[in-house]
Write a protein that binds this ligand. Structure first.
Ligand code: MV4
Length: 490
């Protein structure tokens, strides 16, 4: 592999090219009219224009991207995340053009892209699944009987959905038929596939995902977990590794099951196996993401493994050069996604020019970004400006370093989620490890953002203290961890 075309933009395109360069591989950038002078274009050895700014006319154009690879003499394509990264037709077209797709096979992408196919694939491996139906619902009356067995509330999910799209809660039997009909028609409209199934609704889950690596010679390893429960409307905001709630035993069990999920679809490359964890720490396999994830850096920081390097090596046909027993968690890492969104105003996109853009630095700080001072944030793409990542010997040190880096990160011209990051990192529920996917909904309101006025600071402090007083009798130190977070007393 001599030359890689990166079929993406922004921070992830840059991040992939940096590893390629480190490995002595040349890079080709692609760009839309909105990204002519973007850092990923300036960094690459070569670049090819794709056309108009809208993604549908540039970064999503399969034939244009393949032509760009052939014309520039690239022999491989890395899709990054988003855009075409989980498009089985793209993976297939790349291979048919005689190029290497740095990712899993089209078959693995397709299987895991369908939640029902994924459940079917893992069936023989005894992976815990949320109680529910295993097939697309064709008989609503029969499904309702099953719902009674499972117990309400019930969740209807679109098989072709993902990332929270195509889900609906059914609170009681009275609304079953109505909600089911809505779910099917929504799934048909959104995905062109009306297949839906039902599951027991896990009311207050944590989202824990395992990183896996699989080579083309049958070796499959996991690189531990990331906790991604701090999210807003299915958009992750803060991720950390390792998860504070997992005992070593639970981690091992989940890691082994994640490896089995990868084996079930003959996975190759880097992938992520998502689990829900309920209040009693029961875990359930949800879905597998067949790409490099946004939050992969926190895994790199606690394991010392460059995941993009491993993706490239695996795509070249190399064997993974280490064993599961060689891998260990060292320290703690936390990532804050910095979006050009205004947390004081319902997280509305705040596009504009980065009039001031000063990057933080310091021990344990990594900033993966794709913008420079005076650049515009285009309206056409995801509003993420950067990922600010802090590593520490333990969770407390990682939190302190991240808080300091937020203070040292100066952005003017657009509103960002940096103040929201400070809010999360100082919140007692986050500090104690006592949170689930409802954290933002439960604890956040814009008034709590700026300790700018004394009044707001006092209100925030009182709110936090009230929460602490209500919870403290049921909190106790976690015995298996050498740090001072807390867990619910049983
Ligand atoms: C669930 C669930 C509760 N019960 N399934 C949302 C995204 C998709 N990956 C699956 N999701 C959920 N599935 C059952 N049976 C709650 C969610 C969910 C969620 C999961 C992970 C992270 C954030 C979430 C926010 C809302 C709902």
């Amino acid at each position: 592999m001599q030359k890689i075309l990166v079929a993406n933009r922004g921070e992830i395109a840059l991040r992939i090219m940096k590893t390629a360069r480190k490995m002595g591989i040349s890079t080709v950038a692609v760009f839309s009219d909105a990204d002519r002078d973007a850092p990923h274009v300036l960094f690459a050895d070569q670049s090819v224009g794709l056309g108009p700014a809208p993604a549908s006319q540039s970064y999503l154009q399969i034939p244009k991207i393949i032509d760009a690879a052939l014309a520039s003499g690239a022999d491989a394509i890395h899709p990054g995340y988003g855009f075409l990264s989980e498009n089985a037709r793209f993976a297939k077209a790349v291979a048919e053009a005689g190029l290497i797709f740095i990712g899993p096979s089209p078959e693995a992408i397709e299987t895991m892209g369908s939640k029902l196919a994924a459940k079917e694939a893992v069936k023989k491996y005894q992976i815990p699944l949320v109680p529910g139906t295993e097939e697309a619902i064709s008989d609503v009356a029969l499904a309702k009987l099953r719902a009674t067995e499972i117990g309400y509330p019930i969740l209807v999910k679109a098989s072709a959905g993902g990332g929270g799209k195509g889900m609906r809660v059914i609170a009681n039997p009275e609304e079953f038929e109505d909600q089911m009909a809505r779910a099917i028609s929504e799934a048909q409209a959104a995905f062109g596939d009306g297949a839906v199934f039902i599951e027991k609704y896990v009311a207050s889950p944590r989202h824990i995902e395992f990183q896996v690596l699989a080579d083309q010679h049958g070796k499959v390893l996991h690189l531990f977990e990331r906790e991604c429960s701090i999210q807003r409307r299915h958009q992750k905001v803060v991720e950390e590794a390792p998860a504070v709630v997992l005992t070593p035993e639970k981690r091992t069990a989940m890691g082994q099951d994640a490896v089995k999920v990868a084996m079930a679809c003959h996975y190759t490359g880097a992938g992520t196996v998502e689990f829900l964890l309920d209040e009693d720490l029961n875990y359930y396999f949800l879905e597998m993401n067949t790409r490099l994830q946004v939050e992969h850096p926190i895994t790199e920081m606690i394991t010392g493994v460059d995941l993009v390097e491993q993706q490239i090596r695996i795509a070249r046909g190399e064997k993974i050069a280490f064993e599961q027993a060689d891998l260990a968690i060292r320290g703690h890492a936390i990532e804050l996604r910095v979006y050009a969104e205004d947390p004081a105003n319902q997280f509305l996109p705040s596009v504009g020019t980065l009039q001031t853009y000063q990057r933080p630095e310091g021990e344990g700080i990594r900033l993966d970004d794709g913008y420079r001072e005076h650049m515009d944030i285009p309206i056409f793409y995801d509003p993420m400006i950067a990922k600010l990542i802090a590593y520490g010997k333990d969770r407390q040190e990682a939190i302190q370093r991240l808080l300091q880096a937020i203070q040292d990160y100066h952005i003017k011209g657009v509103a960002t989620t940096l103040p929201f990051g400070t809010f999360v990192l100082k919140h007692p529920a986050f500090l104690s490890g006592q949170f689930d996917t409802h954290f933002v909904q439960q604890h956040f309101s814009p008034e709590l953002l700026h300790a700018a006025s004394d009044e707001a600071a006092r209100a925030a402090a009182i709110g936090a203290l009230q929460w602490w007083l209500a919870q403290k009798d049921t909190l106790q130190p976690i015995r298996h961890a050498d740090q001072n977070w807390w867990e619910q007393r049983k």
